[in-house]
Write a new protein. Structure first.
Length: 320
């Protein structure tokens, strides 16, 4: 009899362990009705195809110190959407960890992630309307083919090594963010706020930055070949060694910008303002410069098109 009781106890313990294991991956039935957070951990779980595995964080306000690692939240949609298959993060999350997590094709609209870590997470084709990633770590993330245009806030965010290819980021707020070594090729940043951003060694090939604010930004060694920067504000920006070949800079403001060693060959500078810009050692071959303001700084290493005297005096520029 005693032996049977021991077996029963062991069986109960095993059941409890299994229940806890399932709950840790968001598959406990109680999670569908919301749950309280206290350093919860959800690791290596996949809720993308489980209709009953719903983690509703909507009721958890605030939601602090949440840890989610290597999870798959693909196709997540808002809690109140018809037929929503999995996850909704419509709330305020602070100090959360979402490393290497898949949010592709998910709807994270109206969420705030303050000081969260999304290192190497995937947001491809996600819906991020009114999402705030302020002061979050987004290094190595993938936002390709994603609509980032609806008032998304990424001020002071770290997007080092991120991939934002062919995405719409019109009007995005990225002030003072870090985008070093990022791939932003063929994306749209029209009317965006990139004031004070760090874009060193990033690729913006073919990107559209019409009327974008880039004053006081650092774009050293950035590839902007073929990019559309018409009407952009690059006041006091650092573009040392940048590739602006074939770029459209019509009506752009580059007052005080440092373009030393930059490649501007074939660039369109019609009506551009380069007052006090530094073009020492820059390549200005075949530029289109109609009505360009010419009070700039160059030196003997500045390259001009054939047929023009290779001096700054030719254009009434300051020669150093």
């Amino acid at each position: 009899m005693i032996l049977k009781v021991e077996y029963i106890l062991i069986f109960i313990v095993i059941l409890l362990l299994c229940y806890n294991l399932l709950s840790s991956c968001g598959c406990g039935k109680g999670l569908a009705d919301g749950f309280s957070v206290g350093y919860q951990s959800y690791s290596n779980c996949d809720v993308s195809q489980k209709e009953k595995c719903i983690i509703n964080i909507k009721k958890m306000i605030p939601c602090n110190n949440l840890y989610v690692s290597d999870c798959d939240f693909q196709n997540a949609w808002p809690w109140d959407s018809p037929g929503s298959p999995s996850v909704h993060f419509s709330s305020y999350v602070e100090n959360g960890e979402f490393q290497n997590t898949n949010f592709s094709k998910s709807n994270l609209s109206n969420s705030t992630f303050h000081k969260c870590d999304f290192n190497k997470s995937n947001f491809q084709k996600s819906i991020l309307e009114n999402v705030n990633f302020k002061n979050s770590n987004l290094s190595g993330t993938n936002f390709s083919n994603t609509n980032l245009s609806q008032s998304i806030m990424m001020a002071n965010a770290d997007l080092t090594d991120s991939i934002i290819i062919s995405s719409n980021a019109s009007g995005i707020y990225l002030r003072n963010s870090i985008l070093k070594n990022a791939n932003l090729s063929n994306s749209i940043f029209n009317n965006a706020d990139l004031i004070g951003t760090n874009l060193i060694n990033s690729s913006l090939v073919g990107a559209k930055l019409i009327n974008t604010r880039l004053s006081d930004s650092t774009l050293n060694n950035v590839n902007l070949s073929g990019a559309d920067l018409s009407g952009a504000d690059l006041d006091n920006a650092k573009l040392i060694g940048a590739d602006l070949s074939g770029a459209d800079l019509t009506n752009a403001y580059l007052g005080g910008a440092d373009l030393s060693g930059a490649d501007l060959s074939g660039a369109d500078l019609n009506n551009a303002d380069l007052t006090n810009a530094n073009l020492s050692g820059a390549n200005l071959i075949n530029i289109n410069r109609n009505n360009m303001k010419q009070e700039i700084v160059c030196n003997k290493d500045t390259k001009f098109s054939k047929g023009f005297k290779n001096t700054c005096e030719r254009y009434k520029w300051t020669y150093i």
